[in-house]
Design a protein around this ligand. Structure first.
Ligand code: ADP
Ligand code: MG
Length: 375
């Protein structure tokens, strides 16, 4: 196991120039690192704050090598990158996270197999490749179920909820995009997530459990502390730690979970990077998920994840931005983050705001009262 440490002054290469890359870069800059980013667009959210940008498609082997040559350590901000290219980069520079976890996280079939073989619970599921298999698996599972493409899906894209036989043909349509999984539709009590970080010295730190509210399959709000039982909280953290150990995690892992009414938990999916449900940590925790990630990949000691006060994070999508901006002069003690994206498309994540209040109810009421997010 490498005990290499990257000290400030060194250059962190980030694959992907979106908002997660931007917030990683801002943390890295605050710590005194240089940042290089690879992204196909010239004014990407991360490119705007990086020292050095390589503007090229992610598939460009040459660009990936260039990034590797200019960086002392490489990380990534999203999972749909080519693991062979990352592998090549690791011949040139340090890639402490490796490419194994990336492979697992970008394919729902591999993801579920890995979680299951670690002895951890997922919703009952079947991988399906053909319409025949779909019909057979639907028969086993019963309605309702959800079909998801194995790769490429995010924010509910590449998914169809199948309530009865009539929608089976629509579901079968997804198979034209490649292998899928079908999983039982769970009537969960809450969606929660746990973000866990591990450095190459195997030091581990877990952030407080977050309660997540989705709207149209896109994260809307994250509430911390989660309004769940102590037992559920303990179990959720335990699951995240067991999974991180089984995966020999280096870097950050976000674990999305379904909490059932009886406090049992199923793991929904994982992301091997900082996560939208961890943005609250920037103001609410002693160490933010982005700073923690940089510490982990540079192999510095991890920081405390202590929560200072109750927090609610609310996402600013394209349709919310204008109203947020006109309301901004009246928003006292709102921690507003905007990602520097120029086109405010509906459903596009433009920014977020975190409210730190004496209770989550107080924060929730204030957000509702402001009227930017219609009920
Ligand atoms: P994505 O990659 O789009 O985030 P997810 O698998 O997390 O995909 O699904 C998006 C959302 O759809 C989840 O956050 C949850 O609200 C809902 N969902 C997904 N799978 C199930 C399921 N098996 N039962 C109930 N709800 C589900
Ligand atoms: Mg999800």
């Amino acid at each position: 196991m490498s005990r290499k440490v990257i000290l400030p002054g060194g250059t962190i290469g980030i694959i992907g120039g979106g908002q997660l890359g931007r917030m990683m870069a801002l943390s890295a800059k605050a710590m005194g690192y240089r940042v290089a980013v690879l992204d196909p667009t010239p004014e990407s959210p991360c490119g705007q704050v990086a020292d050095d940008k390589i503007i090229a498609p992610y598939s460009s082997q040459e660009a990936m090598e260039q990034l590797a040559e200019r960086s002392d350590v490489i990380t990534y901000e999203f999972e749909n990158i080519d693991e062979d290219a990352l592998e090549n980069a690791s011949r040139i520079t340090w890639v402490p996270q490796g490419s194994e976890l990336l492979k697992v996280a970008k394919d729902r079939i591999a993801e579920k197999e890995t979680i299951t073989s670690a002895g951890l619970p997922v919703a009952p599921y079947y991988p399906v490749k053909t319409e025949q298999e779909l019909i057979g698996a639907a028969d086993e599972l019963g309605f309702p179920f959800v079909i998801k493409t194995a790769t490429g899906g995010y924010d509910g894209k590449g998914q169809v909820v199948v309530k009865d036989e009539q929608i089976l043909s629509e579901a079968a349509g997804l198979l034209s995009q490649g292998p899928c999984v079908i999983e039982k539709w769970l009537s969960f009590a809450k969606e929660i997530s746990v973000i866990i970080t591990r450095n190459t010295n195997r030091e581990t730190a877990v952030f407080p459990v977050a309660e997540n509210i989705h709207e149209n399959n896109i994260l809307h709000q994250t509430i911390v502390p989660a309004r769940i039982s102590d037992l559920a909280e303990k179990k959720a953290i335990e699951l995240a730690v067991l999974l991180a150990n089984a995966l020999e995690l280096v870097g950050t892992l976000a674990v999305e979970m379904f909490l059932m009414k009886d406090d049992s938990i199923f793991i929904n999916e994982i992301a091997p990077r900082p996560h939208n449900s961890g943005h609250y940590t920037i103001e609410a925790c002693e160490t933010s998920q982005f700073t923690q990630h940089i510490r982990a990949i540079c192999n510095l000691p991890l920081g405390s994840t202590a929560l200072h006060k109750p927090a609610v994070m609310v996402n600013v999508l394209g349709e919310h931005q204008e109203k947020l901006l006109t309301s901004l002069p009246g928003l006292r003690d709102w921690n507003v983050h905007l990602y520097g994206k120029n086109e405010a498309k509906t459903g596009r994540k433009m920014g977020h705001a975190t409210l730190i209040r004496s209770s989550v109810d107080e924060a929730l009421q204030e957000i509702e009262h402001i009227g930017i997010w219609p009920k």
